[in-house]
Ligand binder design. Structure first.
Ligand code: ATP
Length: 454
């Protein structure tokens, strides 16, 4: 937890993530990405897209609207049952999720996912589970609280005009299944992916950006035949894991968590959890959803969702393997994974973010040793900035400038000195090893490109 606080502080002071509406004392659980954070998150999204769309020949990207016809949410089941079991403390009026209270009280030994609302109420009463805020144990009963934010469109304010801010991006992929299939002449099996905002009126948001009311999801739906579906489910468990390794995660900080309790239509479901400083928590989900989603959209829209196999002339509704990961929750995990305090010779400590170079916010920093070398340094900056995000810093001692770059995880620092003017060479310092080499400016772009390749 100590590290978590340090990471949150570093995020604010170094331009990764600021509290939302900061000068108005914030708005609970909203966060704004700063100049450094937006680069990090964009690079993570790019790496994901590259892996699951660009380098996946049978997967197609889309960008669906946040607002969808409200019938979509009837079909998906969100209107009826996308809710959390909430309880209010009668004493201090704070609101909590009953499942979270049980999980915390039993230190993870009891799995509330397997309990009904009545069983959860009984457990909380029998164990006198205390309110985390005031310590009393005086609870209301459980009420289910729908997590969808709604608003109304048009000029009149009645239920007919009620629309929702999507609580997940997945439905955009499902309703476009046939549009994508036909326009891209795709054959099952194929995938549809998108990255976009989702909104949930979470009862107990918190832990920095781990659980927020507005967040981005990266979702990929794989449409396949029922008989092949379990094989693809296993494939996606592995692909999701391998992606995390490819952006620098230590496998010891990851684990699979198979779900005990499945939705009635689901054949299998699994999370990958990450060891955050707050403990093991869900990072992403892989779900075998059977043909539930497309069948429901067929039922509610009255439009056929049947796929016609051009080879066998068979008509069927494909099964879906869903892989879903929060871009913000992943960015938070990346920040926690990268954070390091290193003891240096001489007793000093440096904070360094060991980001994988491909997702590091800035790839290289250009640092003139003295102000009167700035013109040459600008030349080098211009050369590099055509290709990469480059930081330019001429203020303060070189040691301090290195530390600043270490704290935002810049993999390479290029220093311009008086020899540069003579022989066109610069010094490159490596963030992790702190080793320095000398390189000709003409070789610089290729050198950096190789280091940050993904
Ligand atoms: P949780 O149990 O943590 O609320 P979930 O099982 O409801 O998550 P899904 O609906 O499967 O999550 O959403 C897929 C992914 O979207 C999650 O694994 C997570 O990375 C991300 N996500 C979901 N809810 C939030 C949120 N409120 N804030 C940030 N990310 C979220």
């Amino acid at each position: 937890m100590e590290n978590f606080d340090k990471i949150v502080n570093l995020c604010k002071s170094r331009g990764f993530i600021f509290p939302g509406s900061d000068i108005y004392d914030g708005l609970a659980n909203t966060w704004d990405y700063g100049p450094v954070g937006v680069e990090l998150k964009n690079n993570i999204k790019r790496a994901w897209w590259k892996t699951f769309v660009q380098r996946a020949p049978h997967s197609y990207g889309i960008d669906a609207d946040i607002f969808m016809n409200s019938r979509v949410w009837d079909a998906s089941g969100h209107t009826a049952s996308f809710s959390d079991p909430k309880m209010d403390c009668k004493s201090c009026k704070s609101r909590f999720r009953a499942d979270n209270l049980i999980e915390a009280h039993s230190k993870g030994k009891v799995n509330p996912d397997l309990m009904t609302n009545e069983e959860m109420e009984k457990y909380i009463a029998e164990h006198k589970v205390a309110c985390p805020k005031c310590g009393k144990s005086d609870w209301t009963g459980i009420r289910n609280f729908n997590l969808m934010f709604s608003t109304s469109r048009g000029v009149t304010d009645d239920n007919q005009n009620l629309i929702y801010l999507r609580p997940e991006t997945a439905q955009g992929e499902f309703v476009n299944f046939l549009n994508v299939q036909r326009s891209m002449r795709a054959k099952v099996p194929f995938g549809i992916a998108q990255i976009g905002k989702a909104f949930r009126n979470e009862v107990t948001p918190g832990n920095f950006t781990f659980r927020t009311i507005e967040f981005e999801q990266m979702e990929h739906q794989w449409f396949c035949k029922a008989e092949d579906s379990m094989g693809y489910y296993a494939d996606f468990k592995k692909k999701a894991w391998d992606f995390l390794l490819s952006i620098g995660f230590n496998p010891e900080h990851l684990r699979y968590h198979d779900h005990d309790k499945l939705a009635h239509y689901a054949k299998a479901a699994c999370d990958i959890q990450y060891l955050y400083p707050i403990g093991w928590e869900e990072l992403n989900g892989i779900h075998h959803r059977g043909d539930w989603d497309l069948s429901r959209h067929q039922e509610f829209s009255g439009k056929s969702m049947l796929y016609l196999d051009p080879f066998t002339n068979e008509k069927y509704i494909p099964n879906v393997i869903e892989y879903s990961i929060g871009a913000d929750r992943l960015t938070l995990a990346v920040l926690c994974e990268a954070y390091d305090e290193e003891k240096l010779e001489g007793g000093d400590t440096r904070v360094v973010m060991h980001f994988h170079p491909a997702i590091a916010p800035y790839k290289v920093a250009v640092l003139p040793l003295q102000k009167n070398l700035s013109d040459k340094a600008r030349e080098v900056y211009d050369k590099l900035a055509k290709h990469f995000m480059v930081s330019f810093d001429e203020a303060g001692s070189i040691g301090k400038r290195y530390r600043r770059q270490d704290e935002i995880g810049t993999p390479m620092c290029v220093t311009i000195d008086f020899d540069t003017l003579e022989d066109n060479t610069v010094t490159i310092r490596d963030r992790d090893t702190m080793e320095q080499i000398r390189l000709n400016i003409d070789e610089l772009v290729d050198y950096v490109a190789k280091k940050v390749e993904f």
